[in-house]
Ligand binder design. Structure first.
Ligand SMILES: [Zn+2]
Length: 331
């Protein structure tokens, strides 16, 4: 077996290829074989779709797997590479981070060939898949602890042209929310590596809560809309129906828009995602549970905003984020 990362097929082959991206064995685990699908129809956009970066976000792998079934009929040009599961040990353990080395794959890029398994996965993706693409859709989700709408997200990008292009691509999903998210914990993110190469990177956050068939249809429709916008698939884009509405809005959230829990206890949400709130409106209530003589504490909106994420009832520590507020994006 080769001890360098490699693909078991030639990406330049025309037509459908199904094979593996092989991550070499290291001191910490055996070699991994990540299933890879490629559909090469010659000239046109070059897209990479990845899921399963975080092992407890399984909407992405499901949507990616569905794409493998219908894309051969639908794709008219260009090349699409799909890796439904980037991090098999994390997905098998239903764990955000890789259980073998405890690392977060989305903080491990560009990776290291001689590193631990998460770093070796990042290295293989960076060196073998990224050079073959112009656009990346990385399919994540907010998970069961949050009430969060289907959304396409990006972080602010210093290059104004790339920023405008990225926001346009994110909006093309026509998800209920497009979100520009100011976020400071960025070293090692897949997003940053791709954007530093001048390429478009969209992080799809496929909702919160548990996985249901209705929500999955919305996610799949959103990805199809984006493929149509790229010119890879023919057809008319449609706004997926979400909570009886066909609509979409582009918002931005800053780090100062995070509402934190004032104490440790159980957080009770008092509003829903996408609610519009005014200054002083009730967002949620924190119930300290260590003593019945401690009063419950109301958490209120500091300004007029839209609620883009709210914890769906959970035990939280003091100073833990319980809601994210946002406002219309001005580019
Ligand atoms: Zn994630």
């Amino acid at each position: 077996m080769s001890d360098t990362p490699h693909l078991t097929f030639d990406l330049d082959e025309l037509g459908i290829s199904k094979g593996h991206l092989v991550i070499p064995k290291g001191a910490d685990c055996e070699a991994l074989s990540l299933p890879v699908f490629s559909l090469n129809k010659g000239k046109g956009p070059r897209l990479l779709i990845t899921g399963g970066c975080h092992g407890n976000e399984l909407e992405g792998p499901i949507v990616a797997r569905r794409l493998v079934d219908w894309l051969p009929e639908a794709q008219t040009c260009g090349r699409v590479i799909i890796v439904p599961v980037l991090n098999p040990p994390a997905v098998q353990a239903w764990s955000r981070n890789t259980p073998v080395d405890g690392l977060n794959l989305n903080r491990s890029f560009p990776g290291r060939a001689d590193g631990s398994v998460t770093e070796r996965i990042a290295d293989a993706v960076s060196r073998l898949l990224l050079p073959t693409t112009d656009t990346v859709f990385d399919l994540h989700s907010f998970g069961p602890m949050w009430d969060f709408p289907p959304a396409s997200t990006t972080h602010p990008i210093a290059d104004a042209d790339l920023m405008a292009k990225t926001v346009r691509m994110a909006e093309a999903f026509k998800f209920p929310m497009t979100l520009v998210w100011e976020y400071h914990d960025t070293p090692g993110m897949f997003d940053i590596l791709v954007q530093n190469q001048g390429k478009v990177f969209i992080c799809a956050e496929l909702g919160g809560g548990t996985i249901g068939s209705e929500a999955l249809s919305i996610y799949e429709a959103g990805v199809r809309n984006a493929l149509i916008a790229l010119g890879l698939v023919e057809g008319e884009a449609e706004y997926p129906i979400f909570r009886q509405k066909k609509s979409s809005q582009t918002l931005e959230t800053l780090s100062s828009d995070e509402l934190k829990s004032p104490a440790r206890g159980i957080f009770e949400p008092r509003c829903s995602m996408l609610d519009n709130v005014r200054q002083g409106d009730l967002i949620g209530t924190l119930h300290p549970m260590d003593s019945l003589s401690a009063d419950s504490i109301d958490i209120r909106a500091p300004r007029t905003s839209t609620v883009c994420a709210i914890r769906s009832g959970a035990h939280v520590d003091a100073n833990q984020t319980v809601a994210l507020l946002a406002r219309p994006l001005k580019l």
